[in-house]
Ligand binder design. Structure first.
Ligand code: OAD
Length: 257
């Protein structure tokens, strides 16, 4: 993709980031796309092309067929372990050394952390935070992960109660983790006029996360979207940069130096 060259960074974007005291970074699946983790909705590569998410990412699917759901998440865990943070993750980590940065991500991977960032909120949970689906006890063991996608795999068994162990992700219809919501709200409330909210690689379709950019705007922050295509939130952003995370973010951060 040559998006970054075709769409030079607007001077207003660089000025806004340069002058911001605080920066709230909101990231979605597009943030990890260039690491090799497929997004949810992108044509061809989107996981939703191959699977019906309602068969995977719901408590009902888990209740009906835990081995089917676990197999998919175990494969995702394997994939996340196998890939590396990309230049976009690294740029955000660098930004955190230059400015006061809070990150709230919808991603359940740990690529921000592995790039050196501390993440304020995983609003859809973390794939590696395993817990018992019956008693809720955290599962600390290392689950066996498949080297190839498999259709069914028995989940680990909870040593406390014998229940099935599940990934710590938020499924459709479930509440977001309270600590993640509180941390995101605190980061939003800390924004002041002149601060910046960078929205990277999210389709802006899944609430409540999809409402955070508008909340940042109402706090007075300048909202900047980084995404190769138009999204549900493009219209409400002050600036949009049409390029990929790994191309655009390093250029924004380099301009601060
Ligand atoms: P989506 O898969 O819905 O959207 C990915 C977005 O990333 C799209 O807008 C793409 O245009 C953009 N994108 C793709 N490649 C990119 C790149 N290299 N750089 C920047 N942007 C890129 O992902 P999310 O919006 O994160 O929730 O999806 C939200 C939630 O839907 C997920 O967290 C998941 C799913 O249901 C749960 O599992 C609860």
């Amino acid at each position: 993709m040559t998006g970054a060259e075709e769409h030079p960074l607007p001077a207003e974007v660089l000025a806004a980031v340069r002058e911001a005291r605080r920066i709230l970074v909101l990231t979605g699946a597009g943030m990890s796309a260039e690491s090799g983790i497929a997004t949810f909705r992108d044509a061809q590569t989107g996981l939703w092309e191959e699977f019906d998410p309602m068969r995977l990412a719901t408590p009902e699917a888990w209740a009906e067929d835990p081995a089917f759901v676990w197999a998919w998440y175990a494969w995702r865990m394997h994939l996340v372990r196998a890939v590396e943070p990309n230049a976009g993750h690294r740029a955000i980590a660098e930004l955190g050394r230059l400015r006061e940065v809070s990150i709230a991500t919808q991603n359940v991977d740990d690529l921000h952390e592995r790039a050196g960032s501390s993440v304020a909120a995983h609003v859809h949970g973390s794939i590696f935070d395993l817990r018992c689906s019956d008693c809720g006890a955290p599962f600390v063991g290392e689950p066996e992960l498949p080297e190839e996608p498999v259709e069914r795999l028995d989940p680990p068994t909870c040593p406390e109660c014998g229940g099935d162990v599940r990934p710590g992700v938020v499924w459709f219809g479930e509440m977001l983790p309270e600590d993640a919501v509180a941390a995101t709200e605190a980061a939003l409330e800390a924004l002041e006029p002149g601060d910046v909210c960078l929205v990277v690689g999210t389709s802006g379709l899944v609430f409540p996360a999809a409402g955070y950019p508008a909340m940042a705007r109402s706090e007075g922050a300048t909202v900047i979207e980084v995404n190769p295509v138009e999204t549900e939130i493009s219209d409400m952003c002050h600036h949009v940069v049409r390029g990929s995370a790994a191309q655009v973010l390093p250029r924004i951060v380099a301009a601060l130096g």
